[in-house]
Design a protein around this ligand. Structure first.
Ligand SMILES: [Zn+2]
Length: 336
């Protein structure tokens, strides 16, 4: 029995950490746990992609009092990355919940009911904000993709944007003849198509699905995780899906946050992958530079490392650079 937020929780810190380890078994988080008598040292889930070699993150077994503060049992502190939180906040960050209150409710829900009415522990708990995520019909994605294969005009449009046929296939790009738009299915981390982004072949106008949360996913993240790409691979972070796909077509791994702003949900999605090495390739304008600064502010505290780029060409984004210079595009970017 421990006390969290002044509420008795019918479990020990040891037991809670063991249960969390089971829930994140597939991802290998909290894998090593070592009880020192005052703390449980665990492998920190928040740096090195959750796979540090020796446990350096301490979780206190009992309440600790200092002259000016009381730290409840379950207070977490990582001696490597500096992450510090109380137990509900730790649980929130681990699951990607929205706030610490949800982490607290999780504790109460799991340990303060009798065994009979306790809910089954779900092994795929994380489903975004409200526990559900919208899902597109897989047949629909397939049909759009077949349409694309049958429309030379749509394929040529994408080739004109420097996206290879192989990448069109890998990312299930589609075509909707009724609106004359090419479609980019956006996948959640667990592999559901959340929504489509689209571009009109006739004009430059973008259409976006309404009534969906477009800030919940990072474009390209699912395919990277699903493809088992090694965790030390460098990833370019860009604004639009077309930027990302034209880089990938040239053999450079890239993710897009689909805007000029990275959302807290996207930050959470990224933290929950093992990838930490990035190149910031936001647009070559003031908004792009502002976005780059914000992304670094949000992710560096979680152990992310970034290269910046200085543009040596007068173009607005990575896609335009590749259109203009083809395979030589890298020569017009200076890394620092
Ligand atoms: Zn850490």
């Amino acid at each position: 029995m421990i006390t969290v937020w002044n509420t008795p929780i019918a479990a020990s810190v040891d037991q809670i950490l063991r249960d969390l380890k089971m829930m994140f078994y597939a991802e290998g988080l909290l894998k090593d746990q070592n009880n020192t008598g005052s703390d449980v040292m665990v492998t920190c889930p928040f740096h090195k992609g959750g796979h540090e070699r020796k446990p350096s993150c301490g979780v206190s077994l009992r309440e600790k009092k200092t002259p000016d503060k009381t730290y409840e049992a379950g207070t977490v502190h990582c001696y490597t990355c500096g992450y510090t939180a109380d137990l509900p906040t730790f649980i929130k960050d681990l699951f990607g919940m929205d706030n610490s209150m949800e982490g607290f409710k999780w504790l109460v829900g799991h340990y303060n009911y009798s065994a009979n009415d306790r809910e089954e522990i779900s092994f795929d708990f994380y489903r975004g904000e409200d526990g559900k995520e919208p899902e597109m019909d897989g047949d629909q994605v397939y049909q759009y993709h077949q349409n694309l294969r049958n429309s030379l005009r749509a394929v040529r449009y994408l080739e004109g944007r420097c996206i290879s046929r192989e990448v069109m296939r890998l990312f299930n790009l589609g075509y909707d003849p009724s609106d004359d738009v090419v479609l980019f299915p956006v996948y959640s981390r667990s592999g559901n198509v959340l929504f489509f982004k689209s571009r009109s072949l006739a004009g430059k106008h973008f259409f976006n699905a309404k009534d969906v949360d477009k800030t919940a996913a990072v474009y390209g993240l699912y395919q990277t995780v699903d493809g088992g790409i090694p965790e030390d691979t460098e990833i370019w972070l860009v604004e639009s899906e077309i930027d990302a796909l034209s880089l990938i077509s040239r053999g450079v791994l890239a993710w897009a946050f689909m805007g000029s702003d990275i959302s807290d949900k996207q930050v959470k999605e990224m933290i929950r992958t093992p990838y930490r090495r990035f190149v910031i390739a936001t647009d070559n304008d003031e908004a792009g530079r502002k976005a780059a600064r914000m992304i670094k502010d949000k992710l560096i505290p979680y152990g992310f490392r970034f290269f910046n780029l200085r543009w040596l060409a007068d173009v607005k984004d990575v896609n335009e650079l590749i259109q203009k210079y083809g395979d030589d595009f890298m020569g017009y970017l200076h890394r620092y």
